[in-house]
Design a protein around this ligand. Structure first.
Ligand code: XMP
Length: 525
């Protein structure tokens, strides 16, 4: 099956990816490509419309990104957002006013043409007053703005600062907004995006998990034929969903290798085996490599050294185990769209790179596998939806983000089995209490314990203690690029602290990390 596609030209706004996600949330397939992508490549996607993203430039800058000719020549609908709006105006003989002053923050939008398709189902929270129905909060972030609309355009909405906050040439299907409908600060923004892609571009909203799975099953079968596939299962969402999807397509032709390095959280190793071997009935090679890892990490305290050792070890063990399987033709990976976009952005060429699982440079060159990457066009939230549709358990789908090197980089100082267990227990107490208090929001919070390499004095019963310290780290975040420390209730913290000191042998003090990111990072190493 082929899907109606929207192409988003990326002009470098920080949140361009969000536009693609909003389109896909409307069940319409979209691809985000750099604005300078060759025309043939873009047109090969057979788009039904274009969206031009925002960007940091002014159309008057030397060497500013331009509007490729094929966009207007295609005769397809175009939605310009912020810089995209200015580009449209500039190219269609409107006037853009240069400005060094930025308007940044929330603004109130007044819709002047509520009957326009673009605003269909656009609603105010409080619809009790007619004039309020036309008011909505939107998010502005721009310097230049359109001063005079191009011929054929009519204004659709205004704000205090922007007489042309939204405008359109309805006949040609050109729409333009000064504000950012893709961000959460524009609460009704997804409605506008949906209206553009469904009502105006006429896309059929059939990009659904069920259709995606059906299509991928067909594609995987066609690619693999009767070949054999190996996949490294980490217990994380991406590799788990990739495994379940490929297994649905080719059953026993897939073998998963799960390397238990002893650095997972409490109960996780067992969960991987239970879920995939027992429940999903997959061929799973569970390799107990705990001793091997402990030996390799013995006495190592430097974080980078830890990462390097863990990564290299993984490659060596994976390779060794895969060779035991005999002839293998394909390597499956849980590469997802942000990985692809990020690496495309970095080296400016096609981003078909091996995902650096466990943060190493991929597998050795002499392992000649063809790649199977069924999730490479999906965002994380879509991966989760596919996982749900494939029947994976909630606890796995909503697993907290977890670094490849695992607990090794939360166990500061030297790594021993005893210290890892100490950390695992303390972490389990913290997470359990957070869950019970319903304080761990899916996808926007991360919380864990860190074991510090310092000892402090305490008193327990009649005796003096001299034991290690646990730091609690809990953050709220939109994207894990920036984060704020979570303001947890004192009662909850008191319970966690009491339980850790009472229940975890070798710990006599609990402290709370109150650093945001930046300047701190989420992890400690
Ligand atoms: P930082 O510590 O950089 O973490 O603020 C941001 C997010 O990334 C996770 N993280 C990692 N994930 N391998 C990973 O796959 C790693 O080496 C790694 N280090 C940090 C971290 O848990 C947080 O969600």
């Amino acid at each position: 099956m082929t899907y109606d596609t929207i192409v988003i030209l990326d002009y470098g706004a920080q949140y361009s990816q969000l536009i693609a996600r909003r389109v896909r949330e409307a069940n319409v397939y979209s691809e985000l490509v750099p604005w300078s992508t060759p025309a043939e490549k873009v047109l090969a996607l057979s788009p039904k419309g274009f969206i031009l993203s925002g960007g940091p430039n002014s159309v008057y800058d030397d060497g500013a990104p331009t509007l490729p000719r094929y966009v207007l020549e295609s005769g397809l609908p175009v939605l310009g957002i912020c810089y995209g709006m200015q580009l449209l105006a500039y190219n269609l003989r409107g006037k853009v006013a240069a400005s060094h002053k930025r308007e940044y923050g929330p603004a109130e939008l007044t819709v002047d043409a509520p009957e326009n398709l673009f605003f269909r189902a656009w609603r105010s929270e409080s619809e009790n007053a007619a004039h309020e129905a036309a008011l909505q909060q939107v998010w502005m972030s721009h310097g230049d703005k359109v001063e005079q609309l191009p011929p054929g355009f009519v204004p659709l909405a205004h704000s205090n600062n922007s007489p042309f906050a939204a405008a359109a040439d309805v006949t040609r299907g050109y729409y333009a907004v000064q504000f950012h409908p893709e961000v959460a600060h524009t609460p009704q923004g997804s409605t506008l995006v949906r209206n553009f892609v469904v009502e105006i571009c006429g896309c059929v909203p059939d990009w659904t998990p069920a259709n995606f799975i059906e299509e991928q099953v067909r594609l995987i079968r066609a690619q693999v034929g009767d070949g054999r596939v190996v996949l490294g299962l980490s217990g994380g969402v991406d590799s788990s969903v990739a495994a379940a999807l490929i297994h649905k397509a080719i059953g026993d032709q897939l073998t998963c290798i799960f390397v238990d390095h002893g650095l997972l959280r409490q109960g996780e190793a067992l969960q991987v085996v239970e879920t995939f071997e027992r429940e999903q009935g997959m061929h799973l090679m569970a390799v107990n490599a705990v001793e091997e890892y402990l030996e390799a990490l013995d006495g190592v305290t430097d974080p980078e050294q830890k990462r390097k050792i863990i990564g290299e070890k993984f490659v060596r063990i994976f390779e060794r185990e895969a060779r035991k399987l005999g002839q293998i033709d394909f390597l499956a990976q849980g590469t997802i769209y942000p990985d692809v976009i990020e690496s495309a952005g970095k080296d400016k060429k096609d981003a078909h790179v091996i995902k650096t699982h466990h943060n190493v440079g991929g597998l050795p060159d002499d392992m000649n596998f063809e790649l199977v990457e069924p999730l490479r066009l999906l965002f994380k939230d879509e991966v989760r939806r596919i996982g749900v549709a494939l029947g994976l358990p909630d606890s796995l789908i909503w697993r907290q983000p977890f670094p490849g090197p695992g607990l090794a980089i939360r166990c500061l100082g030297p790594i021993t089995w005893e210290r890892l267990e100490r950390l695992r227990q303390a972490d389990a107490v913290f997470v359990q209490e957070l869950r019970q208090a319903d304080m761990l929001k899916r996808g926007t919070q991360q919380a864990f314990a860190v074991l510090l390499p310092v000892k402090s004095v305490g008193v327990m019963g009649d005796g003096r203690t001299y034991e290690e310290v646990i730091a609690l780290r809990a953050v709220t975040t939109e994207d894990f690029m920036t984060a704020d420390w979570a303001r947890l209730p004192y009662d909850l913290l008191a319970r966690v602290s009491r339980r850790i000191v009472n229940e975890v042998a070798g710990v006599n003090r609990v402290v709370l990390d109150i650093t945001s990111k930046p300047p701190g990072t989420i992890e400690w190493e």
